[in-house]
Write a protein that binds this ligand. Structure first.
Ligand SMILES: Nc1ncnc2c1ncn2[C@@H]1O[C@H](COP(=O)(O)OP(=O)(O)OP(=O)(O)O)[C@@H](O)[C@H]1O
Length: 793
């Protein structure tokens, strides 16, 4: 069946262009001023038309003749336009048109969100129509009140539903408008009346207090009568007002209440109390929202512009190329190999992805799945390709999948995933566009749902690119007020570019100069500080009766939480640790404990962890860390054991590198080609953001006072390691206080060497921990050491 001619064809590409219609700054200026001026001209022409319209009527038929003069302030065009809009159109409601056009100009000039403008136009046109019909009701043919439109529609309606029907229809239109546009409800109208009633009641009680001296008894009685008249419907609707109009002493509200208490269970009364309290605070919040609108966390950087798509690169090699010959060849090889082992195939189907093609086969009835699974190596051999992965069966499909790498892989650009509809229209809290799946769909996940991410892979397989893809996604979707990054980069080179957006997006310790953390002591401080931030946030959530950060922020935006009680809008915090193995090796438990604590507890309060490591060994990814990182990404690793450590199964060892990855968030393994974002692209994005107005400082984390100086000095002499003296000799001889020196010279494990260093510090032989530098040796030579040790005894 092989075809003689290799036929290549391009798969239909998804449109890469951003959906929005963009104008350059110059075009905006031209368009904006054009619309503003047009709006003004129309307004002037319309006003003039009210006075000169009648006189100009006769001139309209001779519009082209220069001899005939018009009186409109804007001459012939003014007269014609006004006649068109007002007389023959919508009557004086047409003034709204000039307003809408003027407003559109302002929006374009000031680059304000266009969705709001669309709303204004929508409602504006509806009001024009409604007003024109309403005014047409009162007007006559050919008058300017409702215009021809208003008059004609009116006469049409009146023919069919009569005058009363038309009025009722107009009222209905008005109510619908209020309900949809201003969300007015029957309850809110009732509330307005109730609060008015309450105001009057308060005024009356004040009045009553003023009239203490019964000089004017009648007035006091009157006031009381009015007061009780209002009280009755609140307490008990059935009670007759007359019974209440009694002298103050006899009005006895207790009498009314007692039967209620007896008949009704107590709980109901309590419920009413609570309701009143809640509604009062709600009322205040509603009023604040009415007056000032919802709290907008982005207000401080209101003019902040999100990075544009053109900062990201387009790649020529993008788009899937289908090589029919390759497909056919691979299919035949798979079928033949399976046939050699007596496995018949009922059907075979291919799905082409960016780096691999998935062949889905349905074996003949009675074939055992394990038999096919065991043939992984044989199929790889016959296809002479690395990175064959067999998925038997594909979850939820009832077929067996064989993934075969494409001869020519295609790059998935960051631009293509960021511009995808799936990412652009995602409603996720922290959306991350990771790349494309085997079926070429953009793969978007929510970091807030993960809630933490573990990334592992051998060196050079795409981890750093993956981290950059995650950070880029968030930069494209989240305002600086909504998310903050804590970046830990022991390699000191990978994340430095993000320094430029320190005052926009980064969080740091109050006393530190650099926001990106490269030093191990600082990492420990930062992690502990994040734990404090976590505890503080939990306290805030508890006080606000919220279960998670999303609820809390919603409540804060609705102005239901008082900033004077310490409440504030809480941005998400994303902690990114590159080279986690390095940290664990040098700081061990000190790092593991806060990380584990954050991983266990921080999800609800919006702190999310992303940890990347080159060495996915069990002493780096410990059980406690694994248990709290259900979402994992595995790039290619070198051994099955490493794959098992990350994914709890094999697969990562069969990837082909360069961003080919497996993603899991529990059970399913999804193969994704990671989106590629290059350093120059990240640089452009950070430059773009960095050039804009920023907050005065990075987001400050709570202060953490380290304890390491105290703890090490508490070590008891009797607890010293047997090798303590030997270690001291090694350190003093080499004049270098490092644990790795002890490891090498005394052939020790890291932990024991670390303990020895702590003991040497306690004994005053080496100085305190200084991050990546070796500790200072405080004893100059062996003689001094001998003396020091003797003195101790
Ligand atoms: N998604 C991708 N698409 C195409 N090529 C990629 C992708 N990811 C990585 N590569 C290629 O692999 C190279 C190494 O990637 P990267 O620097 O991310 O590896 P790494 O795992 O971080 O390595 P190290 O651990 O040494 O820092 C990149 O320079 C790039 O050429």
């Amino acid at each position: 069946m092989a075809k003689s001619k290799p036929k290549t064809k391009r798969a239909p590409k998804k449109p890469l262009k951003a959906p929005s219609f963009k104008l350059s700054s110059q075009q905006k200026l031209v368009w904006g001023s054009f619309l503003v001026i047009l709006g003004l001209l129309l307004f002037i022409a319309f006003v003039s038309f009210i006075f000169t319209g009648e006189a100009d009527q006769s001139t309209l038929s001779n519009f082209t003749s220069r001899e005939i003069e018009t009186q409109n302030w804007l001459s012939k065009s003014g007269a014609w336009l006004s006649d068109f809009f007002i007389q023959r159109g919508f009557g004086i409601a047409s003034f709204i048109f000039s307003g809408l056009i003027f407003l559109s100009g302002v929006y374009v000039l000031m680059n304000i969100n266009k969705t709001k403008l669309r709303k204004h136009w929508f409602w504006g046109v509806l009001i024009i129509v409604w007003l024109s019909i309403l005014l047409g009701f009162f007007g006559h043919k050919n008058d300017i009140l409702g215009g021809t439109f208003g008059f004609e529609i009116n006469s049409f309606l009146q023919d069919y539903i009569g005058k009363i029907g038309t009025i009722l229809l107009l009222i209905f239109g008005f109510i619908t408008y209020l309900a949809i546009r201003f969300k007015v409800t029957f309850e809110s109208i009732a509330k307005v009346f109730t609060s008015a009633k309450k105001d009057i009641k308060d005024d009356l009680s004040e009045l009553k207090e003023d009239i203490i001296v019964p000089l004017d008894n009648n007035l006091s009685e009157e006031a009381e009568a009015i007061k009780s008249a209002f009280e009755i419907p609140l307490e008990e609707k059935t009670a007759e007002p007359q019974t209440k109009v009694k002298p103050v002493a006899e009005s006895a509200p207790l009498e009314v209440k007692t039967p209620i208490v007896e008949e009704e269970p107590e709980i109901e009364i309590k419920v009413e109390d609570v309701k009143e309290e809640v509604s009062e605070s709600d009322n205040l919040a509603n009023k604040l929202v009415e007056d000032f609108g919802q709290f907008d966390p982005t207000l401080e950087l209101a003019k902040y512009q999100f990075p544009t798509l053109d900062l990201l690169k387009k790649y020529d090699t993008e788009g899937i190329t289908i090589n029919q010959e390759e497909l056919e060849e691979n299919k035949n090889k798979i079928v033949d190999t399976l046939k050699n082992y007596n496995i018949g195939i009922a059907s075979i189907k291919a799905t082409i992805g960016p780096t691999v093609t998935l062949y889905e086969i349905v074996p003949d009835a009675g074939i055992r799945i394990s038999k096919i699974k065991n043939l992984e190596d044989d199929i790889a051999l016959s296809l002479s390709a690395l990175g064959i992965r067999i998925i038997a069966p594909i979850p939820g499909k009832g077929t067996i999948g064989i993934e075969v790498p494409n001869k020519k892989s295609t790059i998935v650009s960051m631009r293509s995933v960021i511009s995808s509809k799936k990412f652009q229209s995602s409603e996720m809290q922290l959306p991350i566009a990771l790349g494309k799946t085997i079926s070429n769909e953009t793969f978007v996940v929510d970091l807030a749902k993960m809630p933490h991410l573990l990334m592992a892979g051998a060196t050079g397989q795409g981890k750093s690119v993956g981290l950059n893809a995650v950070l880029t996604s968030l930069l494209y979707k989240k305002h600086p007020a909504e998310v903050k990054f804590v970046l830990v980069d022991p390699k000191k080179v990978e994340l430095t570019l993000f320094n430029k957006i320190e005052r926009h997006y980064l969080a740091k310790l109050p006393d530190s100069e650099d926001a990106i953390i490269t030093d191990n002591t600082k990492v420990i401080h930062t992690l502990n500080s994040l734990c404090i931030e976590m505890d503080n946030r939990y306290e805030l959530l508890k006080n606000a009766f919220c279960r998670n950060i999303a609820e809390y922020n919603e409540k804060f935006k609705a102005r239901k939480l008082n900033p004077n009680d310490g409440h504030q809008f809480l941005p998400y915090i994303v902690l990114v640790v590159d080279e986690f193995a390095d940290l664990i090796m040098t700081a061990g438990k000190e790092v593991e404990t806060p990380i584990a604590r954050l991983a266990q507890l921080a999800r609800a309060i919006g702190i999310h962890l992303i940890i990347a490591t080159q060495r996915p060994s069990v002493n780096v990814i410990t059980g406690i860390i694994k248990a709290n990182f259900p979402a994992r990404i595995a790039f290619r690793v070198t051994s099955k054991i490493d794959s098992r450590t990350i994914l709890d199964g094999s697969g990562a060892d069969q990837l082909i590198g360069r961003g080919d990855m497996l993603y899991t968030q529990g059970n399913d393994l999804i193969r994704v080609q990671c989106a590629f974002v290059d350093t120059p692209e990240v640089e452009k994005i950070t430059d773009f953001i960095g050039a804009q107005k920023a907050y005065p400082d990075a987001y400050l984390l709570p202060e953490y006072v380290g304890e390491e100086s105290g703890t090490s000095l508490d070590i008891d002499k009797s607890d010293r390691d047997k090798l303590f003296k030997d270690a001291a000799i090694v350190i003093v001889t080499a004049q270098q206080g490092s644990a790795s020196l002890l490891q090498r010279k005394l052939k020790l494990g890291y932990n024991r060497a670390g303990r020895l260093i702590d003991q040497l510090e306690a004994a005053g032989i080496v100085g305190p921990f200084e991050g990546s530098k070796a500790r200072q040796v405080l004893v100059p030579d062996l003689l001094a050491l001998d003396k020091l040790l003797e003195d101790e005894i």
